[in-house]
Each structure stands twice: as C-alpha cells, then as structure tokens.
Design a protein around this ligand. Structure first.
Ligand SMILES: Nc1ncnc2c1ncn2[C@@H]1O[C@H](COP(=O)(O)OP(=O)(O)OP(=O)(O)O)[C@@H](O)[C@H]1O
Ligand SMILES: [Mg+2]
Length: 210
C-alpha cells in the first residue's frame, strides 16, 4: 500500500483538488482509496459524493474518522490518497512525510516570494526528510511568469519539486461544483488539459513510490 498525503501550511492552495484528481488517475493503475482528513471542510468528501449515480471516480472515499476506526486501515488498497486540512507546521509536515510514501505540498505561485515556503520546508530536508515534493498548482498562463519564478526560487533553495505543474483552469472549480471529475467537464478544452497535467503528475508520483 502506497500512502500519498497532500498537505501544506497555507490554505486554499489546491490540496483537495489535487487529492481528488490524483486519486481519479491512480484509480486507473490500482485499487485506490481517497481519505478526507479535513474534518471541518470535508471538501474532497463533498465533491466526490455530491452527484448521485455518477460513476466517473473509480476510487472509494472515506472520512478520516472511519478510516482509522478500521482494524486495518487501507487494507486491500494499492493507493491511499490523503487530503488534509492545511495549516500543518514543519513538524507536522515532517510527521506526515514519515507516515507516507510521498508527501505532496501544493503551492499557488502568487507573485510574492517563496521565502515562507522555503522556511517551512528546508528544515525537513535538514532533518533527513526527502520524500516530499512541492507541486505548483493554478499556474497562470504565459506571459505571466509567476510559475517559473517560483520554480526557480524553490529550485535554488534545493526544495524538491514536481517537474510538471498544474495550470490555471476554471474547469477545476466547475468540476467541484458539479460533483464530477474535471475530465468530464464539457465545453471547456482546458478541462482536458488540466486533467493531462494531473496525468503527468500521477506518473511522477508512481515513479517516486514504485
Ligand atoms: N488548477 C486550478 N485552476 C483554477 N483554480 C484552481 C486550481 N486548483 C485549485 N483551484 C481553486 O482554488 C481554490 C482552492 O482549491 P482547493 O480547495 O483544492 O485548495 P485547498 O488547499 O484544499 O483549500 P483548503 O485549505 O481550504 O482545504 C478552489 O476554488 C479551487 O477550485
Ligand atoms: Mg481542502
């Protein structure tokens, strides 16, 4: 069983979007369970259970309380994707990484410096935690260079990064509102493109954990 945790200190950076969409990709590779560990918002849970009769997910979903109440949590699953509430400090992130095959830290490049993120993540490396990757999400299109600027800044600080990024696409929030996978959003070609972004990310995840 491979546990992929999605977490960050900052809120609203694309954790739930990443957890849900990554789980939909991994479901094509092996039996997958999505666990919503954000007990307050339950965004992933609501997204995935919203549309009655929708069969486009391919994975199972559990709330964290139900997950840990089991005798053997995650048994029978090849992939367990864990969406978290956010706000984790460096020690909590390090603990999450220790208990995961890979910790995914989504970040939205917003044009401001990456110093805060570097300050949070560098101690993990210094403490010997290397099984995490920053994922740039909601990256604005060229000629805006916020994504590339942030990538360079993190790279210069030796923070491990996914090679691919996830572009900005309104189809993502549309998918969440409709309770469907972004792949199934109609009439928006960016829906397919952002789905492909996550396909590349899921391949990187598999390369890392296999
Ligand atoms: N690639 C993207 N393109 C456009 N909007 C995006 C993208 N990824 C995420 N968003 C939007 O950003 C907002 C926050 O995303 P999401 O809920 O996934 O973040 P989160 O980190 O889980 O937030 P929270 O900390 O509240 O749990 C949502 O409105 C979502 O639709
Ligand atoms: Mg969330």
């Amino acid at each position: 069983m491979k546990v992929l945790s999605v977490a960050s200190k900052k809120g609203g950076v694309g954790k739930s979007t990443t957890a849900v969409t990554l789980a939909a990709h991994l479901a094509g590779r092996g039996r997958t369970l999505l666990v919503d560990a954000d007990e307050q918002l339950r965004s992933a849970w609501y997204w995935v259970t919203k549309k009655e009769g929708y069969a486009g997910w391919g994975f199972d979903v559990q709330l964290y309380a139900d997950f840990i109440a089991r005798a053997d949590p995650g048994q029978g699953y090849e992939f367990v994707v864990m969406d978290t509430k956010g706000g984790e400090d460096r020690d909590e992130l390090a603990a999450l990484a220790r208990n995961s095959s890979l910790l995914i830290v989504p970040t939205k490049p917003d044009g401001v410096s990456a110093d805060g993120l570097v300050a949070t993540l560098q101690p993990l490396l210094e403490g010997g935690t290397t099984n995490y990757r920053v994922l740039l999400t909601d990256v604005p299109p060229a000629p805006n260079s916020d994504g590339m600027d942030m990538r360079l800044e993190l790279d210069n600080a030796d923070i491990p990064l996914f090679h691919h990024s996830v572009r900005h696409a309104v189809a993502v929030s549309k998918a969440a509102r409709e309770g469907i996978c972004v792949r199934d959003v109609k009439g928006d070609r960016y829906a397919k493109l952002v789905w492909m972004d996550y396909e590349l990310i899921s391949r990187e995840v598999l390369n890392h954990v296999r």
